[in-house]
Each structure stands twice: as structure tokens, then as C-alpha cells.
Write a protein that binds this ligand. Structure first.
Ligand SMILES: Nc1ncnc2c1ncn2[C@@H]1O[C@H](COP(=O)(O)OP(=O)(O)OP(=O)(O)O)[C@@H](O)[C@H]1O
Ligand SMILES: Nc1nc2c(ncn2[C@@H]2O[C@H](COP(=O)(O)O)[C@@H](O)[C@H]2O)c(=O)[nH]1
Length: 205
């Protein structure tokens, strides 16, 4: 019997572009219907970050064990720390017909694309590299060395923009949210049309 699966939405882009800010804003909107997948990381918590809310904070040994056990949908080592998406949570939520929202960097997003080709891949782009640097400096959570590494990485990450279904500029947070909501709504409509067509064909057999 045909069972409708949820949509996997992947929001990616360079560090500091505003992925977290946009995602948090999306999740405060009353009609948002996605489930956020909380990532695992070996990075230390920043001030105010809570285990099980912002991330599942793990030691390197714990993370490597999860990796060996095949418990991650994707993972990447990013500027000295591991980050990864729990596989079971994503699968179970999609199977239950609910949409899952991932906020991850580009190497992991490419792994998800290979495993879940029918996902929706959105690249969040900064208005400019200098604005990106200003946002990282303004956030005040990393020192100058880490910011320099993240900016160097951002140059490589921006080259991967063309591998995404959509590029959304994060000029203003509310604009970026509106654009993402419009993209997700259009994708749902497209899927419904395809699904209807498929079911009509089955009925005719
Ligand atoms: N549209 C925007 N205009 C101005 N500042 C913004 C905008 N979006 C986010 N910011 C600011 O930029 C900084 C970085 O944002 P945020 O932490 O959400 O980025 P991120 O992409 O999630 O970073 P990381 O990948 O490192 O977690 C924050 O200080 C945030 O308030
Ligand atoms: N590949 C993955 N990347 C992830 C995941 N969770 C977060 N991230 C990305 O890592 C960088 C750094 O994050 P920060 O919290 O230290 O600033 C950033 O681009 C995140 O989007 C994940 O599960 N997999």
C-alpha cells in the first residue's frame, strides 16, 4: 500500500550566514509544520547552549562509535569538530509522514543529497563575503583565528551553491523565511500533483 513520507528539507550555507537565526524564526511561526533534527557535535557548548536542545554534545569517542554503528545519516569534520545527523530520528519522522528540517554545512548536505535525492535542498547565501565576516564578528562566539578559518571555508562553500535546488539570500531574516516557506509550499504542491497522478495510474490497472 502507498504510504506518504514526509519531506526532508535541508538548509545549508556558510557559517555565519544566519542559518540558525532563520531556522529559529521559522520555528516560531504558528503554521510551521516541520520537525527540527537536533544534530550531534563534538564542539563544546557555547554560553547558553543546552544539550538536547541546541545539539547533542558528544565526546570524540562517542561520536566515532555512533559513526561506526551506522547511526548517522551524514557527518562532517568542520574546523576541528565533528557534526552529524541522527539517522533513526530522521527516518522515523519521515516514515510517520512529517517533514524534517536539517540545518547543516555543505559537505554533509552533499551526503544527504546522495542518500535522499528527493529531499529539498536550499542554500542560504549572504549578501556579500564582507557582510558574512561582519556577522561572524558580530556574533562574538569565536575568536579571530576561528573566524578566519570559517571565512576561508566559506569561499569553498559558496562554490557549491549551484548543487542546490534553490538559493535564498539572507538579506533580512523575515524575507529569507518568506522565501523558504514559499519554496516548501510549492514543493508540497508539486509532490501532491505527482502523487495524484501516480495513484490515478494505479487505480486504472
Ligand atoms: N539577515 C540578517 N541580517 C543581519 N544579521 C543577521 C542576519 N541573519 C543572521 N544575522 C546575524 O548573524 C550572526 C550569525 O547568525 P547565525 O548564528 O544564525 O549563523 P549560522 O549560519 O547558523 O552560523 P553557524 O553555521 O556558525 O552556526 C548572528 O549574530 C545573527 O544575529
Ligand atoms: N554536516 C553537518 N553540519 C552541521 C550539523 N549541525 C550543524 N552543522 C554545521 O556545522 C557548522 C558549524 O556549526 P556551529 O554550531 O559550530 O557554528 C555550521 O555550518 C552548522 O550548520 C550536522 O549535523 N551535520
Amino acid at each position: 500500500m502507498y504510504k506518504k513520507r514526509g519531506l526532508l528539507i535541508v538548509l545549508s550555507g556558510p557559517s555565519g550566514v544566519g542559518k540558525g537565526t532563520v531556522r529559529k524564526e521559522l520555528f516560531t511561526q504558528p503554521d510551521t509544520n516541520y520537525e527540527y533534527s537536533i544534530s550531534m557535535t563534538t564542539r563544546s557548548p557555547r554560553e547558553g547552549e543546552v544539550d538536547g536542545v541546541d545539539y547533542f554534545f558528544k565526546s570524540r569517542d562517542e561520536f566515532e562509535r555512533l559513526l561506526e554503528e551506522g547511526k548517522l545519516l551524514e557527518y562532517a569534520e568542520y574546523v576541528g569538530n565533528y557534526y552529524g545527523t541522527p539517522l533513526d530520528y530522521v527516518n522515523e519522522t519521515l516514515e510517520a509522514g512529517r517533514d524534517v528540517f536539517l540545518e547543516i554545512e555543505v559537505v554533509g548536505a552533499a551526503q544527504v543529497r546522495a542518500k535522499v535525492p528527493d529531499g529539498l535542498f536550499i542554500f542560504l547565501a549572504p549578501p556579500s563575503l564582507s557582510e558574512l565576516e561582519e556577522r561572524l564578528i558580530g556574533r562574538g562566539t569565536e575568536g579571530a583565528d576561528v573566524i578566519a578559518s570559517r571565512i576561508a571555508k566559506a569561499r569553498e562553500e559558496l562554490e557549491m551553491m549551484n548543487l542546490y535546488d534553490y538559493v535564498v539570500e539572507n538579506d533580512e531574516v523575515s524575507n529569507a523565511c518568506d522565501r523558504i516557506n514559499a519554496i516548501v509550499t510549492a514543493e508540497h504542491c508539486r509532490r501532491e500533483r505527482v502523487e495524484k497522478r501516480y495513484l490515478t495510474m494505479l487505480e486504472g490497472e
